[in-house]
Design a protein around this ligand. Structure first.
Ligand code: NAD
Ligand code: WQD
Length: 347
């Protein structure tokens, strides 16, 4: 198939682009490089022996998006493009609603106009909000608790309405739990801009000596060791989930949602242990107060994805830490470690 991948230069998009190319699909990536570097796709090119066709376009530029869809003869779109920093979304809600929701509407209007009506969308477990009724099933109430999460919830609503209004659409809403790890080559991985908010990239940077210690946010949660529990899922497993969803959509119409998680939770201290084992030395940490907005426990019931897509996460937490560390160790400053890399930022 010929697939348009929005946000394909980013963390999950670059791994999925690699999996799509390995499976024999043709891929065009559209990205404005607001939070990524084109070097990720150069490296996907090295890994696959295929040049990745990157168009540096902002989804907010509706004319450029329309031109791309009009000329592309795409069979489907995988839509990763979006801003994703929870804290920043609280400070700049308009920027988040504009970028994520308007960008998606621009994309959908052009898809519709040019008869491309198969879409795999990057949603998030964040749509469940602070819901301690674990494991979380797709039927749980949606109640996102911050502007970023609400952009995902609003887009899910738009896509559900679209699937109901016009039976020609086939749409997958993939609710990722906590993506982690990197491709086993160590060539591509997560390259956060500034200080990482997420646990794994921060732990990796501490292990690499870029920060002194990890702050463990809260040790008084009602969990086995008092620290927060999450469902970490390997980014390569996630990428394969996208391929499975794409195959499923070939035979059906409507809007479908699936949790992509492992089905089991790990505490912050368990992650630190696993990462220390991967590094071969202890990653230093200190307890600090809870981070506002964090829930105690979140993990998926991934059985619907298994039943419908035949997908399940195969890679362990130990493997996520080993792969994440290989990427971090070989690229201490991310893609900018490579002097030839083209850096992120509006072009
Ligand atoms: P990322 O920031 O690495 O990738 C997103 C990409 O989208 C970046 O390359 C960015 O430059 C691009 N982009 C943003 N706005 C754009 C616009 N207006 N036009 C064109 N390109 C634009 O993030 P990621 O971790 O790879 O996440 C991919 C998707 O998955 C996002 O939609 C995110 O919200 C969602 N998600 C991520 C996580 C996570 O923890 N990483 C969890 C659940 C869901
Ligand atoms: C994991 C655990 C923290 C950092 C976020 C978004 C969510 C989704 C995934 C996009 C928690 C603890 C963290 C640190 C810590 N993204 N922690 N010290 O909060 O589950 O989810 O990313 O959709 O929307 O909210 O992930 O990696 O930030 O935190 O102790 O320096 O690690 O308290 O228990 P989270 P996270």
């Amino acid at each position: 198939m010929r697939i348009l991948v929005t946000g394909g230069a980013g963390y999950i998009g670059s791994h999925t682009t690699l999996s799509l190319l390995e499976a024999g699909h043709e891929v065009v990536v559209v990205d404005n490089l607001a939070n990524s570097s084109s070097e990720s796709l150069v490296r996907v090119g090295h890994l696959t022996g295929k040049n990745v066709d990157l168009r540096i376009v902002d989804l907010l530029d509706s004319a450029a998006v329309d031109e791309l869809l009009g000329a592309g003869a795409f069979d489907a779109v995988m839509h990763f493009a979006g801003l994703k920093a929870v804290g920043e979304s609280v400070q700049k809600p308009l920027m988040y609603y504009h970028n994520n929701v308007v960008g998606t509407i621009n994309l959908l209007r052009s898809m519709d106009k040019h008869d491309v009506r198969t879409l795999v969308f990057s949603s998030s477990a964040t749509v469940y909000g602070d819901n301690d009724r674990v494991p979380l099933t797709e039927g749980c109430e949606l109640n996102a608790s911050n502007p970023y999460g609400r952009t995902k919830e609003h887009i899910e609503d738009i896509l559900t309405d679209l699937g109901s209004a016009d039976s020609r659409w086939s749409i997958a809403l993939l609710r990722y739990f906590n993506p982690a790890g990197a491709h086993e080559s160590g060539l591509i991985g997560e390259d956060p801009l500034g200080t990482p908010n997420n646990l794994l990239p921060f732990v990796a940077q501490v292990a690499a000596g870029r920060h002194e210690y990890v702050k463990v946010f809260g040790n008084d949660y009602p969990t086995t060791d008092g620290t927060g529990v999450r469902d970490y899922v390997h980014v390569v497993d996630l990428a394969l989930g996208h391929l499975a969803a794409l195959s499923y959509l070939e035979g059906v119409q409507g809007t479908f949602s699936w949790n992509l998680g492992t089905g089991s939770g790990s505490s912050v201290l368990e992650v630190l242990d696993a990462f220390s084992a991967a590094v071969g030395k202890e990653v230093p940490y200190e307890f600090s107060p809870r981070r506002s907005g964090d829930s105690a426990v979140s993990y998926a019931d991934p059985s619907q994805a298994m039943a419908d897509l035949g997908w399940s996460a195969k890679r362990s937490l130990a493997r996520m830490c080993e792969d994440h560390w290989r990427w971090q160790r070989s690229n201490p400053m991310g893609y900018s470690s490579d002097p030839a890399s083209q850096h992120r930022g509006p072009q």
